[in-house]
Design a protein around this ligand. Structure first.
Ligand code: SAH
Length: 236
């Protein structure tokens, strides 16, 4: 093929290739919704709609694009991971969001879970200890029109007292014990979702703050990156 013919040829196929890749992602997203979420007990229509709307491929590295809707955690920057779609859906469903809540998220990571929360709640504050991750997430959330999310770079084991109390708290990193300040920053009747256990495996728990003894609902076995900070695991 001559150089000119090649240039015309690649010009012609490029848009259709992009469309094919897009169609493949849409197909994978449908499989995610039906097989990995609905078939495994995710029934909250608002959660399913939000997961259908938010493009997970925009929260990962370009090289992982084809994996965007596989049901597993994927590597992001700073040695962290974007959570598995089923776990994101399970945690979000457990928060029972109706649209007028103020939510605190600990562990912004890629910003994917943050975007889902922003679709479903009134106010979202998300705390991340790595500034680089927080900055990247800010760009992605803006691109999706979520300009009202407040992103904070801090140690989330202490919660974020400045905007407390919260109706819901979601912790996306694993702790050995429940950080005291998080339960203090939750309104009475509020729900806190957190993976609790050892460094290698944990149980995802929804803690309902009712009366003096919180009610604990066990959701699933899981494996999260450690919650590192003053009331969490030490660094390293
Ligand atoms: N839900 C996120 C994934 C979070 S991974 C997503 O959808 O991409 C867990 C995140 O918690 C990591 O980014 C990690 O840096 C962060 N993290 C760990 N300890 C933290 C702490 N004490 N305060 C704030 N963020 C923390």
């Amino acid at each position: 093929m001559t150089k000119k013919a090649f240039a015309i040829h690649s010009f012609l196929i490029r848009p259709s290739l992009a469309l094919m890749l897009d169609a493949a992602l849409q197909h994978d997203k449908l499989i995610m919704l039906r097989k990995h979420l609905q078939a495994r007990g995710i029934s909250d229509a608002r959660v399913l709609d939000a997961m259908a709307r938010i493009p997970r491929e925009q929260f990962i590295d370009e090289s992982l694009r084809a994996e965007a809707y596989s049901d597993r955690a994927l590597t992001i920057a700073c040695g962290q991971t974007i959570s598995q779609p089923y776990i994101v859906a399970l945690m979000t469903q457990a928060l029972a969001l109706r649209g007028n809540e103020r939510v605190l998220e600990i562990g912004t990571g890629s910003g994917y879970q943050t975007a889902i929360l922003a679709e479903l709640a009134r106010d979202v504050v998300s705390v991340e200890r790595h500034a680089a991750l927080s900055q990247q997430a800010a760009g992605r959330l803006l691109a999706l029109g979520h300009d009202r999310v407040k992103l904070v770079v801090a140690d989330g084991t202490l919660g974020w007292a400045a905007d407390a109390p919260y109706d819901r708290i979601l912790v996306a990193a694993a702790a050995a014990t429940l950080p005291r300040q998080l339960i203090e920053q939750l309104v009475p009747g509020g729900i806190l979702v957190i993976p609790l256990g050892c460094r290698d495996h944990q149980t995802l728990q929804a803690i309902h703050k009712v009366g003096d003894e919180p009610r604990i609902e066990l959701l699933s076995a899981c494996r999260f990156v450690p919650l590192v900070g003053e009331e969490g695991w030490p660094e390293g």
